[in-house]
Design a protein around this ligand. Structure first.
Ligand code: GYE
Length: 627
């Protein structure tokens, strides 16, 4: 009996050992097999994608692009969720994604108001890329989206090109009344159409913005269609619905749509098959979202705050060329890139930091920078550009001193086939194709932020608050837009008023002179000074002190830039607030130059990241300021 038991145990023991050995063997050989299998991926990053819905056709394309681009990287995994247009579901989706331990979130918010606080919370933990619909404020890492108003304008131009009679009617088929993109498209469209007299817009709204409902709607319009000269549909699916309806009615009316996707029955093939007269491309940004996600995760320098994507106007004249351009492989070349750079001057601390950043970034990128300083003269800038054209540089970059008067010289660059990038300041030209992209700040927002700070911190107690404005160079885009943004918020506060406004040219001396002159002629009853840049504010501070006034106390001072000197003044209590405008554009600019030369399409605008600083930030952050 004893023996039998012993025997049984021994057999059992042997069996167990055998089992362990085979498990171990299986495990190791299995691992080997797994390693050799080419599907095996070493995952470095998990990216969560929270889509607003997967119903709208545009969004399906966006998801497809995200997936396709992600497949090019072997070390990332995507987890995609569909919020079914329901903010409550989207909140849950995002929490689930966080539980999975995602390293970065890409989110297309289905409701801007509801999702803003949720996205803010995530942003405090991991990087967030917001797509397509911007959230309120700036609590995200990067925003990528189209400029729908601009798209509407382009559609307006295309429609005007199709109209042959002075008196005409355009049928506008809009999307949902709750869709911000549809509202913006209409706004842009109407701004162009209203420039011409004699054009009537007949507007219909298709809440679902789908092909079938548009088809039904157009069939229902009936008689009125006889007077319609052109149809503008807010997307290509609606354009197709309109086309199908016209076919049934035996009518031919040219149609302009929006989206411009390739593939059967999409905008581009409809233009090729002459079913619609044109489309405006509205990129989804899916591809860029993954590319920037990788840059963010790999800590690449030069990641901006906002990327506004470029749209193209496609008609039968350029459709083939456009399709061809989509398949162009990237150009790999080891030739050193020559960049002609026209800097506008040396007027401020901002400008000096800007020049240094650009020179350093060019050096780091191995780019040959031909640098010209124009000493605040547009004439000199034009001369420099002409010289760059003669030198046959690869790319021209301009920081334009004023926003007008660039058409002729930029046309010359275009004829010479040299692309032009705008750095720091914008220009005002009819033809947006005269430059490739703008890299810089959102000046309008800076002006708004300055006035927000005043409204929150300088209380009126029913008395009027008097403001002096120190303006930058007349005609310079930061001066124009900071003023505009400031006044936009100011108009909401009737007690606050600008009582004196002069041009100080963005210089220390300019700012000082304005205050001195004001003091000579007026009793001092000023509560706030708003200076378009720090240098002018610092000049004003000196003038105030020389006249026995205490800057920062007797009069609150708000300026723009966030330079080290401004931080010092805030620390000393003389300046109250500085709205940041970063001059460190070099890395972004050089990245754009390289992308351009390699044949990548650049976005329409690349906007830098900025904050608002006050006296309480000054002490702690002063040392880390880079300019
Ligand atoms: O704010 C100012 C400079 O164009 C954004 O120009 C730039 C402005 C900057 O002189 O200090």
């Amino acid at each position: 009996m004893m023996n039998k038991m012993f025997l049984k145990n021994r057999i059992l023991l042997r069996l167990i050992i055998l089992l362990i050995i085979s498990i171990l063997l299986l495990f190791f050989t299995g691992c080997e097999f797994y390693k050799e299998n080419k599907d095996y991926k070493k995952i470095d990053y998990v990216i969560g994608v929270s889509q607003a819905n997967m119903l709208e056709a545009w969004r399906l394309v966006s998801t497809k692009e995200i997936k396709e681009e992600a497949e090019k990287y072997t070390n990332i995994r995507l987890i995609i969720t569909d919020a079914t247009s329901n903010p409550e579901k989207q909140k849950k989706d995002i929490n689930k994604l966080l539980d999975y331990g995602i390293d970065l979130l890409i989110v297309s918010p289905c409701d801007v108001k509801e999702m803003t606080p949720v996205i803010r919370k995530v942003y405090h933990k991991i990087p967030v890329i917001v797509m397509d619909r911007a959230v309120e404020g700036f609590d995200y890492t990067l925003y990528i989206g189209p400029d729908n108003e601009q798209i509407g304008k382009q559609a307006g131009e295309s429609v005007l090109n199709l109209l042959t009679n002075r008196i005409s009617t355009v049928l506008e088929l809009c999307g949902s009344q709750n869709s911000k993109s549809s509202i913006d498209r209409s706004k842009g469209f109407q701004s162009i159409i209203s420039e011409q007299s004699g054009i009537d817009i007949l507007q219909y709204r298709i809440e679902t913005a789908t092909r079938d409902d548009t088809e039904d709607m157009v069939l229902e319009i009936g008689e009125q269609l006889n007077n319609v000269d052109v149809i503008f549909a807010h997307n290509d699916y609606m354009a197709r619905g309109a086309y199908l309806a016209l076919q049934q009615l035996g009518m031919e009316i040219p149609i302009i749509g929006i989206d411009g996707f390739t593939g059967e029955n999409n905008g581009i093939s409809m233009v090729q098959n002459k079913r619609i007269a044109g489309t405006i491309t509205c990129p989804t940004g899916g591809k860029e979202a993954i590319q920037f996600a990788m840059d963010i995760l790999n800590n690449v320098s030069g990641v901006p705050k906002q990327i506004i994507l470029r749209s193209h106007s496609i008609t039968e004249d350029n459709v083939d060329e456009y399709v061809e351009s989509l398949d162009q492989p990237l150009i790999v070349s080891d030739h050193i890139i020559d960049v002609g750079y026209s800097q506008l001057g040396t007027e401020s601390a901002w400008r000096l930091a800007n020049t240094a950043s650009i020179k350093e970034a060019a050096k780091d990128a191995g780019i040959n920078l031909i640098f010209e300083d124009a000493n605040q003269s547009q004439e000199k800038q034009v001369e420099a550009i002409r010289n760059f054209i003669k030198l046959k540089v690869d790319v021209i970059v301009i920081s334009p001193v004023v926003d007008y008067g660039w058409e002729t010289v930029l046309q010359e660059a275009k004829v010479a086939g040299i692309p032009v990038l705008l750095s720091d300041r914008k220009i005002n030209v009819e033809d947006d194709d005269l430059f490739v992209t703008f890299i810089g700040a959102e000046f309008l927002e800076e002006g708004r932020r300055a006035m927000h700070w005043i409204a929150d911190n300088v209380k009126s107690n029913n008395e009027s608050i008097n403001i002096i404005e120190l303006q930058g160079t007349t005609g310079a885009s930061p001066a124009i837009d900071r003023k505009k943004g400031f006044e936009e918020i100011l108009s909401q506060y009737p007690q606050y008023q600008i009582v004196y406004s002069e041009v100080g040219d963005f210089t220390y001396q300019g700012g000082k002179k304005i205050i001195e002159e004001y003091l000579q002629e007026n009793e001092w009853s000023i509560d706030v000074i708003f200076a378009h840049n720090d240098d002018m504010a610092l000049g004003a501070i000196e003038a105030l002190e020389e006249n026995g006034l205490m800057p920062g106390i007797d009069v609150k001072i708000v300026s723009v830039d966030g330079t080290k000197e401004a931080f010092k003044a805030m620390k000393e209590g003389k300046l109250n607030c500085s709205v940041e405008c970063s001059p460190l554009l070099g890395p972004q600019l050089m990245k754009a130059v390289k992308d351009l030369v390699s044949g990548k399409e650049l976005p329409l605008r690349i906007i830098t990241d900025e904050k608002v600083f006050t006296q309480k930030d000054a002490k702690g952050l002063m040392k880390s300021r880079k300019y």
